[in-house]
Design a binder for this molecule. Structure first.
Ligand code: JFZ
Length: 604
């Protein structure tokens, strides 16, 4: 497998593999963050998107022929995302089409899926109508390669699911791969059957894609989302044509930003990426799959726990976005039990705490040591994910009058006091909810000012991570993102800084140190042979630590990043207060390293 030639980004970057990391990152930012804010009148978009803004929790379903293959082909396991199996195994389109003859998901029960979603607290469902393999999961007149005409199943699961979802008050949306279609000679992506020369995308667009999108938007009732994906080199005119088509057929249908070329009604970030600071100004969505594949994998049991899912949901909500979680039903039409049981537990948590998630808005992008916050007018929600050892929870940046404070779904008042711009809550000995205990702060005349740009450092917690995304940069230092994958298509991201190549270029954070004492500073980074061996300086208060970077290896998109946690040394803080922590190169040279984060850990 040529791992570099992969997905939206990989395909684009493949020929530039040897370009400097900075260039790769820049291209990534351009590809993944289309800022479409100025392309359409803002008012209409906000109205259209109101349900989406409030929904907060969506279900993504990848289901297709690949689900029945389940990641294993001719006795060989393909670790990673299984919906890419046709391309990874270079299966001839004719052979792949044969597998439709065995696709008979008789256990499919649309009502059961919708019950599972609803009980999980999910508000909208987006299912693959056609993925990159080109197989339509509904009865399409535009292509016979579809579940009604090419399989013994004969039923139309999209109709059943759309009807069942609407009957339960859930929104339904369709994923449609507009650019890649590995079964079509004129679409993108299949370079093992079809020569690239003479490919006529517009022929495919007008013969298959436009007719199918038209079917999806005219035969299934109100469709709330068309989720386009991997736009790659699609032209601006073609993206616009598809966008206009959707709006002409269903003006209220929202279009994902992966339609390409800066269009779309909401921003979808990279797979499994939570933006440190959402930037496009549009409503947005962070997408995760439950294990390491979108399509069903018969051997992937790496399911995120229900507690992890609740933490992700609360974290995404605290930044003002939706979380869309993917499950991959199998070839028989069953959702994996590992997903079903965990989703049910998330639903139980949401039943108690949904008020702190649905319809809320962001509070601040600044990290807090104990958790995250959400709000609605008159109410602030503290999501306590980690209890301070002394039980004294500090909420910074709160101005004005507070009326009361209690756990959501409890009438017992909590003890608290206001101290300057802080609220200090005295927590009982144990938290009521092991997943996320939510405290509701009622306030008549108040505002949570965005939390000041300070990061609380306290001995009441384990380590505190300082991300470049929340740092101030100077000189030639520039924010960027590193991305790579573990198993094929299992993408990972971290925020970093490029241009740290002279002493004037710095990355720094304002630390608000709550208790005096010793603190150990670690830096997590990668360094290739050019970066390694240089000296850097960490300054905290009046103390300076000098260190030398160690060689960890090159960062390559198709491999795990060679991250290393370098223990730099210990600083002593005598008086609580605000101190900058600054990292800079000691001399002019190559970029010092590719930093992921600095870590501050109480030391004794
Ligand atoms: C795409 C698909 O290729 C994949 O099969 C799955 O459907 C997923 C939800 O989306 O993969 C992508 C698309 C874009 C990026 C990464 C993976 N990106 O911009 O980083």
């Amino acid at each position: 497998m040529n791992a570099v030639h992969f997905a939206g980004l990989g395909e684009r970057l493949g020929s530039r593999l040897r370009a400097p990391l900075g260039l790769l990152i820049l291209l990534f930012l351009l590809a993944a963050n289309p800022a479409a804010a100025d392309t359409k009148p803002a008012g209409s978009r906000e109205d259209q998107g109101a349900w989406f803004q409030d929904a907060r929790f969506g279900l993504f379903i990848h289901w297709g022929l690949y689900s029945q293959i389940g990641g294993e082909w001719q006795g060989k396991r393909y670790y990673g995302i299984t919906e890419w199996l046709m391309r990874r195994a270079k299966i001839p389109a004719a052979d792949y089409a044969l597998s439709a003859k065995d696709f008979n998901p008789t256990d499919f029960d649309a009502k059961a899926w919708v019950r599972t979603a609803k009980a999980a607290g999910i508000k909208y469902i987006v299912i693959t109508a056609k993925h990159h393999d080109g197989f339509a999961m509904y009865g399409s007149k535009a292509s016979a390669f579809n579940i009604v005409d090419a399989t013994p199943f004969k039923r139309d699961p999209l109709r059943e699911l759309a009807d069942a979802a609407r009957a339960e008050g859930l929104k339904i949306g369709f994923y449609y791969s507009q650019f890649q279609d590995w079964s079509d000679p004129n679409a993108e992506g299949n370079d093992w059957d079809f020569p690239a020369q003479g490919r006529q995308f517009s022929e495919y667009l007008h013969r298959k894609a436009i007719p199918q999108i038209t079917e999806l938007l005219t035969r299934y009732g109100p469709i709330s989302v068309i989720w386009f994906d991997t736009p790659q080199e699609i032209s601006k005119a073609d993206s616009q044509k598809l966008y206009d088509l959707v709006k002409q057929l269903q003006p209220d249908c929202l279009v994902s930003s992966r339609i390409g070329n800066g269009l779309g009604d909401f921003t979808t970030y990279g797979d499994a990426e939570i933006p440190a600071k959402p930037s496009s100004g549009l409503p947005w969505e962070a997408i995760f799959t439950h294990n390491d594949s979108w399509g069903y994998s018969s051997f992937d049991t790496h399911f995120k726990s229900s507690t992890e899912l609740v933490h992700l949901l609360a974290t995404v909500a605290s930044k003002g976005g939706n979380m869309m979680l993917n499950v991959g039903p199998d070839g028989a039409g069953r959702m994996p039990q590992g997903s079903v049981t965990r989703l049910a537990r998330v639903g139980e948590w949401l039943k108690r705490n949904g008020r702190s998630i649905y319809g809320t808005s962001a509070v601040s992008y600044w990290p807090l040591p104990w958790g995250v916050m959400t709000q609605r007018p008159g109410e602030l929600y503290l999501h306590v994910l980690e209890r301070p050892r002394d039980g004294q929870l500090i909420v910074p940046g709160v101005k004005g009058r507070i009326d009361s404070m209690r756990y959501l779904n409890s009438t017992t008042a909590l003890k608290w006091r206001q101290q300057g711009d802080d609220i200090v809550v005295s927590l009982p000995a144990s938290l009521p909810d092991p997943m996320d205990s939510v405290i509701v702060v009622k306030q008549s005349s108040v505002a949570v000012d965005a939390v000041p740009h300070e990061i609380m450092i306290s001995r009441q917690y384990g380590l505190t991570a300082l991300s470049p995304a929340t740092a101030s940069l100077s000189g030639s230092a520039k924010a960027s993102v590193v991305q790579y994958y573990h198993y094929f298509g299992d993408w990972k991201y971290f925020d970093t800084v490029t241009g740290l190549n002279n002493p004037e270029s710095t990355v720094s954070w304002r630390l608000r140190v709550l208790e005096p004492g010793d603190y150990r500073i670690d830096i997590e980074y990668t360094a290739d042979d050019e970066s390694a061996g240089q000296e850097g300086l960490v300054t905290v208060a009046d103390q300076q630590l000098r260190f030398q970077t160690l060689e960890t290896g090159k960062t390559v998109e198709s491999r795990p990043a060679p991250l290393f946690v370098h223990a730099i040394g210990v600083v002593t803080i005598k008086t609580p207060g605000v101190y900058p922590l600054t990292i800079r190169p000691a001399q002019t040279g190559h970029s010092l390293f590719t930093i992921k984060q600095a870590l501050v850990t109480p030391s004794d």
